[in-house]
Design a protein around this ligand. Structure first.
Ligand SMILES: Cc1ncc(COP(=O)(O)O)c(C=O)c1O
Length: 400
């Protein structure tokens, strides 16, 4: 058992590298013209961002703050993929002027672009447009939005996408060179990405587009037993795309998040107390549901145990042990451990596949951010120390 004070996250660098290489090898083999735009929102830990940057990724950002973080961590404006409904106008302009990737999402951005293009009549601005389309119809039961519409981009079915293109086509120094087709799905299946590729073809043909990129977005699976991996997606994507695109002219952009960083990341917690209340055994741990499931959507967790070597007595089997976090919220319960030997203070619960939407969604609630370590060559190196009150009060004024 490692002796470091829990709770803490561990990122295994060798596994992360394996997944990054699996992604790029699979792209190389199937469509050798690609760009990785790493999804900042999924996990923007500076070490991780710098790791993907060293491996050639651009920064996929969806707000002015994420953009500023990317710049702070060394990405040039030309190395930004700027998405989402909440861009800042200044950063929108800076990325476009530098030749970075901007995928338009709203009417407001059309006006920003119109203004920018008129201010720089001698420059040509190349942009992408995010298409909002009925993926559910193509993949019944698989999408996150289901029958109701998603709320990002310009809707194809209602004619808003066509309208946006016609506005853009009227600006002489603007060219639509990209499509952004990210769609969240429950299934993360190969079929989802095949359908996204089909839609890219459909839009290209219908609107007679000349595209230098098709941005497939994120939402892949990675490191989940029995589920697809990168090498499963790109043959299907390439098969569809090659019906109307060629790698010589059109690049694929991928925006991996969870699929890249889940498998390599664990969260190590310790049990500090147990208590019996009205026949229920509560196991209190120093990790919280807010650390690894802040949106409260997970119904189960992958984990393994490291049992305290100090506790040598025989452990009775217990019907039910409710594994809980340290916070004072009743909903801070992680899982129920059924028909298993008793857990005792000093035992550790190590959650697996916790790299995505955990560190970036972790609130500063009751305890500050936990430390993060990277496992490299068998050693643990701290890449973020546990936050202290001094970190918490940054930017605050309270002294006269
Ligand atoms: C536009 C866009 N790109 C990439 C991602 C990353 O997705 P994931 O972490 O599921 O791979 C998301 C997540 O919602 C997204 O909205």
């Amino acid at each position: 058992m490692e002796t470091i004070q829990t709770p803490y996250f561990v990122i295994d660098e060798a596994i992360l590298q394996k997944y990054y290489d699996m992604l790029t090898d699979s792209l190389k083999q199937n469509w050798n013209n690609y760009l990785v735009g790493y999804s900042f929102k999924t996990n923007s830990l500076p070490w991780l961002v710098s790791f993907v940057k060293k491996n050639g990724a651009f920064a996929e950002v969806v707000s002015e703050d994420e953009y500023s973080l990317a710049r702070y961590l060394g990405f040039e404006n030309s190395e930004i993929v700027y998405n989402g409904p909440y861009k800042g106008e200044q950063s929108f302009r800076d990325v476009l002027l530098a030749g970075g990737y901007v995928n338009l999402d709203s009417q407001m951005e059309l006006s920003w672009l119109t203004k920018l293009a008129s201010e720089y009549p001698d420059r040509n601005f190349e942009v992408g447009v995010r298409a909002n389309f009925n993926l559910e119809k193509m993949c019944p039961g698989e999408t996150t939005m289901g029958e109701v519409s998603g709320r990002f981009g310009f809707c194809y079915e209602t004619g808003k996408f066509a309208q946006a293109l016609s506005i853009l086509q009227k600006i002489s120094n603007v060219s639509v060179v990209g499509l952004h087709l990210h769609s969240s799905s429950k299934s993360r299946s190969v079929n989802i990405f095949r359908s996204i590729a089909k839609m890219a073809c459909q839009l290209k043909e219908e609107f007679n587009l000349k595209l230098s990129y098709v941005d497939l977005g994120g939402g892949y699976c990675g490191g989940m037993e029995g589920r697809p991996e990168y090498p499963d997606y790109f043959p299907a994507v390439a098969e569809e795309l090659s019906k109307c695109f060629s790698p010589a002219e059109t690049k694929i952009i991928v925006e991996p998040g969870i699929s890249l960083i889940s498998k390599c990341t664990t969260f190590v917690t310790s049990i500090f107390d147990t208590r019996d209340i009205k026949g229920t055994r509560y196991v209190m741990t120093d990790g919280s549901r807010f650390n690894i499931d802040a949106t409260m959507i997970k119904s189960s967790h992958l984990f393994h145990l490291e049992k305290s070597e100090e506790y040598t007595a025989k452990r009775p089997v217990m019907n039910e042990q409710i594994i809980s976090g340290f916070t004072c919220m009743e909903c801070d319960r992680l899982f129920t451990y059924e028909n298993q030997p008793e857990l005792v203070p000093g035992d550790r619960i190590i959650y697996e596949n916790v790299g995505g939407y955990t560190m970036s969604l972790n609130p500063l609630f009751i305890q500050y951010f936990p430390a993060v370590y990277v496992r490299k060559d068998g050693k643990l190196i701290q890449v973020r120390r546990k936050w202290t009150p001094a970190d918490y009060v940054q930017g605050s004024d309270w002294k006269e």
